[in-house]
Design a protein around this ligand. Structure first.
Ligand SMILES: NC(=O)c1ccc[n+]([C@@H]2O[C@H](COP(=O)([O-])OP(=O)(O)OC[C@H]3O[C@@H](n4cnc5c(N)ncnc54)[C@H](O)[C@@H]3O)[C@@H](O)[C@H]2O)c1
Length: 355
């Protein structure tokens, strides 16, 4: 079978720890070239993974004989990288979040529609085997009305599950001079200078966008309905957000605390006749899958779907799904859906800051 030829833009942490290994594990994919500003990084990665070509120019990468592009740069680059890839007629996988604002995602959607290409966005939790199984069981069951949905996401330093013990990231002193011109300037309502701090976790909007988008995306996926943000507050760095999912209350408890060496993410759904608890693992824990417990009407645990097979790592399943999508000519797009997460993040930040 013909292999999907891949070019990667942005060869930092996620490329090195998740996407390159997963693409290498897929027998229908072939990484043809790497692109990064940091030339010592691409040089070492090409050697480590036996990848034939590399460049520091996005245009050069896009001129190569590749079918699809992985956009693994920080979110402020996604608008320009994805637009360029679409103009070059390449299939696109991008890490989340799709862009800096809902308005930028709309621009991407226009570019994708013009190119006739469906962009995939990297919400790997949707590929968790047990979450896929849960959605199927839910569709086949009569659990009655959903009464409440909650996510508790206290994100700590253990997000990478000590993966550096297995894969050493390539060290680099190279760093390009900051230039805001090519970066996504949005959202327009956020009145701040577009300097290096703006595009960092020191900007609370950026931090919430970059990390909280996973929680919002998973909540929407599980609730299968669109929430209104009713209230949002931030006290001692803990965010408490109230949602209204078409008459069903929802809550997001969210905290970024990299002093805590732990990953603590629980999502719960309560129905009239059942309840569900989902424990999602640290994202880079390649040995773990989400644990899903389904409790029946009388409160007894009647399903505990657990997998212990590291080939079920959500990132691997996500890679396999993207390669399959390209091979089968499936043109579905995640952009519209991904734009909804960002619109919600914008709303939470606006309410919190009284904008
Ligand atoms: N799915 C997840 O759980 C998860 C976890 C962490 C990060 N992410 C996402 O992954 C993406 C990348 O994050 P990361 O932590 O790997 O970032 P990183 O900073 O480690 O790596 C980014 C790389 O891109 C390069 N780069 C930036 N702009 C470039 C350009 N225009 N051309 C060429 N190279 C360029 C940088 O030199 C760097 O090597 C972000 O969107 C982030 O939100 C996802």
């Amino acid at each position: 079978m013909k292999k999907v030829k891949i070019g990667i833009i942005g060869c930092g942490y996620m490329a090195q720890m998740a996407h390159i290994p997963c693409l290498k594990a897929n027998k229908n994919a072939e990484i043809v070239a790497l692109c990064d500003f940091r030339e010592n990084v691409t040089a070492e990665l090409c050697q480590r993974w036996n990848i034939p070509d590399r460049t520091n120019s996005v245009d050069e990468l896009l001129a190569m004989d590749i079918d699809a592009v992985y956009v693994l740069t920080p979110v402020q680059w996604h608008l320009s990288n994805i637009t360029a890839a679409l103009k070059a007629g390449k299939q696109v996988f991008t890490e989340k979040p799709a862009a800096m604002s809902g308005a930028s995602v709309l621009e991407l959607k226009k570019a994708a529609d013009t190119a006739g290409i469906g962009v995939s966005v990297g919400y790997m939790k949707r590929h968790e085997a047990n979450i896929v199984a849960l959605k199927k069981i839910q569709a086949e069951s009569d659990w009655g009305k959903m009464l409440f949905i909650r996510t508790h996401s206290f994100i700590g330093e253990h997000w990478n599950a000590a993966i550096e013990d297995l894969i050493t990231p390539v060290a680099s002193e190279e760093s390009p001079v900051f230039d805001a011109a090519p970066l996504d300037p949005a959202p327009a309502w956020l009145k701040a200078e577009r300097d290096e701090t703006f595009y960092s976790f020191d900007n609370p909007y950026y931090a919430l966008l970059d990390t909280g988008c996973h929680s919002v995306n998973l909540l929407r996926h599980l609730a299968a309905s669109e929430p209104e943000v009713q209230s949002a507050r931030n006290m001692s760095e803990v965010k408490l957000v109230d949602f209204n999912f078409s008459g069903t209350p929802g809550v997001m408890e969210f905290c970024l605390n990299f002093n805590m060496d732990r990953w603590d993410e629980v999502t719960e759904l309560y129905f009239e006749k059942a309840s569900v608890r989902i424990l999602t693992p640290p994202p880079l824990d390649m040995q773990a899958s989400a644990v899903v417990e389904i409790y029946s009407e009388d409160g007894t645990l009647h399903r505990n779907i657990q997998l212990e097979d590291n080939r079920q790592w959500a990132f691997r399943l996500q890679t396999d799904a993207f390669i399959e999508k390209v091979l089968t000519g499936n043109n579905s797009s995640d952009l519209e859906d991904a734009g909804k997460d960002i619109a919600i993040i914008e709303k939470i930040h606006k309410i919190e800051k009284g904008v």
